[in-house]
Structure formats: C-alpha cells, structure tokens
Design a protein around this ligand. Sequence first.
Ligand code: BDP
Length: 325
Amino acid sequence: MISRRSLFGAFVALSVATTAAHAQTITLRSADIHPDGYPTVGAVKYFGQLLEQRTNGRIKVQVFPSQQLGQEKDTIDQTRFGVIDLNRINMAPFNNLIPETFVPALPFIFKSVVHMRAVMDGPIGDEILKAFEPHGLVALAFYDSGARSFYNSKRPINTPADMKGLKIRVQQSDLFIDLVKALGANATPMPAGEVYSAIQTGVVDGAENNWPSYDSFRHAEVAKFYSKTEHSMSPEVFVMSKISYDKLSPDDQKLIRQAAKDSVGKMRELWEAREKTSEAKVRAAGSQVNEVDKQAFIDAMKPVYDKYVTNPKLKDMVARIQATN
Ligand code: BDP
C-alpha cells in the first residue's frame, strides 16, 4: 500500500523533474543576413529541426534572417562574445582575423565545385574549421556558395582590361580588396546591406557575387552586366559561439556537430536548385550575361598569391589543395 507520504514524495519528484527538464530547454539564436527562403537560412532551419527531433524538443534553434541581428561583421563580434549563439556567414569577413580562412577564397584556387567539395569535406576543411577556435568560435560546417563573378552597371567585362577604373564593392576583407586592385579596378569594402543603394547612386559601379545573391539582393536591377569571371568560391561557414558551446554538455556538443554536418547535404540540394532559378530569373529580367577570357583573369591573380600565400603553413595548404582531385 502506498502511504500518503510516498505519494507526495513521488509527486514532488516528478514536478522537480519536469521543472528541471523545462529549465534545460535551450533555444539557440542564429543570425543570417539573407532572407527567409534563401538556401543558407533553409539549411540552418533544417539543422534546427534535426536537433529538435534528436533531443525531443529540448534544444531548439531560432533563426533571425534578413540582417535582423546586424551586418555580418557586427554579428561576428556578437557571436564571439556569446550574444548570438550561431551564425551563418561568408568566410570573407573572417579573412583578416583568421588567415586560414582566405585560402578557400583565393582566386581560382578550385578547379570545380567537385574539387571545392572534395577539399572542404576532407582534412584541409577540418584544419580550417579548427582555426576558428582560438578566436572564440566553433566552426561547425561549410556551406556551398557557388562561384562569385563581377557585375556592374557600365559594361560587360571580357578581359581584366575592361575592369580598369571601375569602382567595385567588395566584402570587408583585404584579400578581396587586393584581388580587385590586381585587376586595375578600385575596391570599396562595405557590408552587403549597403550595396544596392551604393550601385543605384553611383557610389560604386558594381560588385561581385554568386547568382542567388545577385538575384536576392536585387543587384540585378541596378547592375545589368554580369560577367562570368567565377573568380572565387569563398564558401559560407556555420559557426557557434565558443561561450555558448562551452555551456553545453559533451553529449549536446556532439549532437550539435553532427546535426551541422548533416545539414550540409540539405544546403547543397537547396543551393543547386536556387542557383538555377536565380540565374533564369535575372536573365529573364534582362541581365546581360557573358563569358570571359578566364585565363587572363587567372594570370592577373599572381600578385594576390604572392602577397597572401607567404608562410610555410599556408603554402603547404595551397599546394595540398592544388594536388587534390
Ligand atoms: C553572399 C554571402 C553572404 C555575404 C555576401 C556579400 O552568402 O554571406 O555577405 O555574399 O557579398 O554570397 O557580402
């Protein structure tokens, strides 16, 4: 027979357990400058769904798209200080902080998407992910970002000579400034959110990006000439604040890492579809697209390699990438 006391005891224990379970419900806030529906936002939401399923709802992810938490560079600091838990961001704004991150952004370092994935999915990719840790960030996964090409409001670019004198917006990365300078154009670093009006008002003549961003940022409306230089495949990276990560149990940390890895395939699926629809959309809306003399662009990039690939570690990494099939 159960005594009153033990019934009471059982009730208390249960409510404590419930309270404890409640107290342990964790919601992680994730930043993205892209709007809802963009592949990166979709991939992080998918990551959140996986986590929620695998923890029976104990860990949730709330994505703040459309620059709600700020431009990329601001969100880096907030993530390092633990104000934002997760951040999907391009590698370029990390270039000045973490030298390893400029390696996959180097002009023409990858021969193809297949080559890029082989490198980023393998040991070189892991080394680059690890390089974030001393900077207060746990880099969880790379996401595809296609190839970036130049576009502008003035003229088609066929050879580097056509770039001469153009004012081109770049991401806030010295590597990208030098890349544009090596082509004889003027580089203006600025956050993505300011580029549309900068082109519209003539502060810059153009920028460089992949099809989905050219479309999604509506740059196609103000810069009709899209020239397929495909000069950089600077990937996206999904990072977590080390402060937030360290608060989790080792088991939860493992779940986070695994769910991030498992979201890469989803990202690639969303990305491939979006590249096609964006390209078709901007072409139909009147963008003038042209192929370029690629070799001339590759040749013009030598000074960038000479300036950036200087120490033995980076030289070795570049050599290993070039040797990867
Ligand atoms: C897009 C990236 C985004 C960058 C943006 C840019 O997805 O993270 O911020 O380019 O050019 O392709 O700033």
